[in-house]
Every structure is written in C-alpha cells, then in structure tokens.
Design a protein. Structure first.
Length: 495
C-alpha cells in the first residue's frame, strides 16, 4: 500500500477562526470584447502575512440568444513572476469558484500551499468570453497577519500497483476532481474507478498540479494512479498523461504563438505522454488547433458518444490512411470519460491496454504503442487478431509482415455487447458489417482479406440503430493491425 499523504485536504474557503486585521486591496476594471487572453493584477504581500484571501465578482448582463455571455477565470502567481513557463504559479480555479485562500500549511483546492513571500504577487484573470457590453470585474485581496507556518513535504502515489504480469489493464485517463471544476474528491473518484473495474487512472485537473499530493491516499495495491494535468489553452485541450509528481505545464499560449512544441517536449521530459483531448469538442476553445506532430496518442472518444466523437474518429482514421501510405507515423487512439460530477460516469468509456505489468512505465508504453482498445464499460471485452495462411499472427497495434497476396483471416471475439454489430474498416473504408450479436452479448466474427486489399484493419462494435445505414453509438473499437512488409510506421516514428 502507498504511504499516507500528509497534505491536508482544505475546504474551498477556510479562513482561520481568529479575527484578523489585515490589508484589503480592491482591484477593479473592465474587459472589452477582443481583450487579451490574460490580465495580471499586481498587489503587495507585506512581511508577516500568514494568510492570503482572494474573492471576485463580475457583471453578467443579459445577451441576445446565441451570443456568449461573460465568463471570467482566475488564478494566482507569487513574486517569482508571471512569465510563461516560469516558477511563480500558485494556483488556478478557472471559473469554478469565486474565492480562495493560500497559507503555508493549506490552500483551497486548485491552489498550492507554501510560503507567503513578501513582495509583489499577481492575480491572473482570464476573460474566457466577453459580452458585447463588456465585462466589469472587482477583485478583493485580503492579507492577514499570522505565523509563517510550515508546508508538509508532499507524498505522492506510488508508480506501481499489484499487477497480473503481461495482461490487459483498464483505465480512465481524463478525470476532474474538486481541484479544478470537478465536484468529486480524489477519494470519491478512486472509489468510482474501483467500482467500474478500472486498474489505473490519470489525474487531469485543468491547468493545475495542486491535486498531485492528494492522490496518495486514493491509490493502492489494486489501483494505479498516474499524475497529470489537462492543459487547457484557448486553442484546445491536451492531457499531460503520467508526468512526474508535481509537474506543472503552462497553458498561456495559442497555436499562433509557436510555443506548443516546447511544452509538449517538456511533458515528455517529465515522463508523460502528450494526448490531445476531444479534438472536435464544441465548447469555446475546446477544439484542437495545434496539429498532431507532437502527440503520442489522441483522445477519440470522450464521455458519452456524440457527433464530435464521430468526427474525431473520422479524422483519426484519415491519419491512419496517411500512415499506411507512408506519409507519417500512426497515432494510437484512446477513450476517456472526462467525468466531472454526477451523473458523469467514471470509466465510460475506458481504454484497455496490453501492458507488461501495472506500472506507470508499462501502461504508458502500451498506450504509446497502440496495444489497446476502447470500451464503453468494464462489461465489454474484445480479442482482435489477424492470422496469415502460413501461421503468422498479429494483434492490436502490431504489424503482420506478410506478402501482398497471402490470404489472412481477421477475427474479433466480443463479450458484453448484446445486440451490437461488428464492423471491420481498412484504408479502403468500411468493408464488413456483421449481423447483430445475440442477447448474450458474446460472439466471434471472421473476415478474409490480404495485404493487397487492406493496409490495415481495425474493428468497431456499434449499438443497434433505428436509422438504417446510419451507424449506432459506439460500444467499443480497436486500434489497427497493419498488414504487409515490415515498415517503421510505429507511433511517433516520424519525430
């Protein structure tokens, strides 16, 4: 079992019981439509400060239908500065709460406890959307005197759990706790992950690493907790998956700024994977604009299956076609729940990865290699392989090195998918649709082809639909098996 975390889980806003007479600073202003993405409001922290409190309000005038209203994010930087990629970050809550505190020994979720160093601090405001009338704000900063206090040494979850050796492990790598805009504690998320039959999860709160020490108590021999962040820029979101404990990744740039490659490489240097999330998401700033040259995988399925997931699947498949033609390396697909609060379901969907053991490194290697499939729940299991007439065999994420005209058999075994239909797709598109599986949800489907007719094969399991040829919602899909002479189309091989 992991060591118990010493970091306190603070309430959202918890001033000390004693009355404090401190300095109060009020900062006011108005953002016009088209304002910069971020504004930094300086204030002074005097010597002897024991607690810092910040609250804010802003106007929300009525707007015409279809016009975005006001939404204002907030965060905090200490005297080490506001430079992008610098060391001054002390927390971010986005628009999730209207007040927060920081002390040496504790902080509001999303913020980092630590020394209240005297000097110039900054509140950072991010006008997410601005109404035509403008966005008027008021920020109140209170510094209260008190002892300096001490910050507990963080204790992080271990990098391994009790595994089963080489096996298929289930995980959900896109989850939000109350350290960003979620409403669940790490302990509550871990309990839901266990109930969903997951073996691992990844912490991915928006633009903060504050939750990292709070996962130690939630992990255990039966649950591997990877640490990360959802880097939430104005041009798309990306999962930093399984970074070193305490790693913070800055988010204050757009695609046109030319900074993304630097931060993507920083994620990998910290031991993490770079996974663009919901690339066709329809919320403001959610769709991915940075390209996929720096990605290790891509989140194709996010939460309940919706039209933007269908678009993400089509875009991913188009990149597979390019990889089959030798134009680029191929990019594995993932699926995650992006669960924030009830009724969001942890583990719907989940990525099932073939790994050598239940460790951070082994799980990441399986994801990076594409030895994985995505299922809507722990009830759905797949076994997918391609076998040549001469006995050669390859599984998900592998290549079957075979001459173009040698016959091969594609086989998918399914359980837990009642009345769902199996589909096989290649670089030529949809090539096979089977009859619905029986109500037991268990069955096997075979199809015959060759490398001359299919550069790769992947499988989908879809729910029934009443709309004829329109595909139903996804129940599961696999990464591809490639066919043909050996080539270096491994994920990331082009970098």
């Amino acid at each position: 079992m992991c060591a118990r975390s010493l970091w306190p889980v603070a309430p959202f806003f918890a001033p000390r019981e004693a009355a404090y007479v401190g300095e109060v600073t009020t900062l006011r202003g108005t953002f016009a439509p088209g304002s910069p993405d971020f504004a930094y409001l300086p204030f002074e922290v005097p010597p002897g400060t024991g607690e810092l409190r910040v609250s804010y309000t802003y106007g929300k005038p009525a707007v015409p239908p279809g016009t975005p209203g006001n939404a204002l994010d907030i965060g905090l930087f200490d005297p080490r500065g506001t430079e992008v990629g610098g060391r001054g970050f002390r927390g971010w809550s986005g628009g999730a709460r209207s007040e927060f505190f920081v002390r040496a020994d504790a902080a509001t979720p999303g913020y980092l406890p630590g020394p209240l160093t005297p000097g110039t601090w900054h509140v950072v405001l991010g006008p997410y959307t601005v109404a035509p009338q403008g966005l008027a704000y008021e920020v109140t900063v209170t510094t209260a005197p008190g002892p300096a206090g001490s910050t507990p040494e963080p204790v992080y979850p271990p990098g391994r759990a009790r595994g089963r050796g080489r096996d298929w492990y289930r995980g959900d790598c896109h989850l939000h706790s109350w350290h960003s805009d979620g409403r669940r504690t790490p302990a509550e998320i871990a309990a839901l992950a266990r109930a969903a039959g997951l073996d691992f999860l990844n912490s991915s709160d928006h633009n903060t690493n504050a939750s990292h020490p709070h996962w130690a108590d939630a992990a255990g021999d039966d649950l591997l907790v990877l640490l990360g962040e959802e880097v939430t820029t104005r041009n798309g979101h990306v999962l930093a998956l399984g970074t070193d404990p305490g790693t913070f990744v800055d988010w204050r740039y757009r695609a046109r700024d030319g900074r993304w490659a630097h931060f993507a490489r920083a994620i990998r240097r910290s031991g993490g994977l770079v996974v663009p999330a919901h690339p066709h998401g329809d919320c403001v700033g959610c769709s991915w604009r940075f390209g996929f040259a720096e990605a290790d995988a891509v989140e194709v399925w996010n939460g309940t299956w919706t039209p933007d997931d269908e678009m993400a699947l089509a875009g991913w498949d188009a990149r597979l076609v390019a990889a089959a033609r030798g134009e680029r390396s191929w990019l594995p697909a993932m699926g995650n729940s992006d669960a924030h609060r009830d009724p969001d379901v942890v583990g719907h969907p989940q990525t099932v990865v073939l790994a050598e053991d239940l460790t951070r490194e082994a799980i990441q290697e399986g994801l990076r290699a594409g030895r994985s499939y995505v299922a809507e729940s722990g009830h759905v299991s797949l076994a997918f392989s391609v076998t040549a007439e001469d006995g050669g065999r390859a599984g998900i994420g592998e290549r079957l090195a075979v001459a173009p005209e040698v016959p091969v058999t594609v086989r998918l075994e399914v359980s837990g998918a009642p009345r769902c239909a199996v589909r096989f797709l290649t670089d030529q598109g949809l090539v096979f649709t089977g009859e619905p599986l029986p109500v037991s949800g268990t069955g096997a489907v075979q199809w015959h082809t060759s490398a001359a007719r299919a550069a790769y094969v992947r499988a989908e399991v879809r729910h029934e639909t009443a709309l004829g040829p329109v595909p139903g919602a996804m129940a599961a899909f696999t990464n591809p098996v490639f066919l043909g002479p050996a080539r270096d189309e491994r994920p990331g091989a082009a970098r």
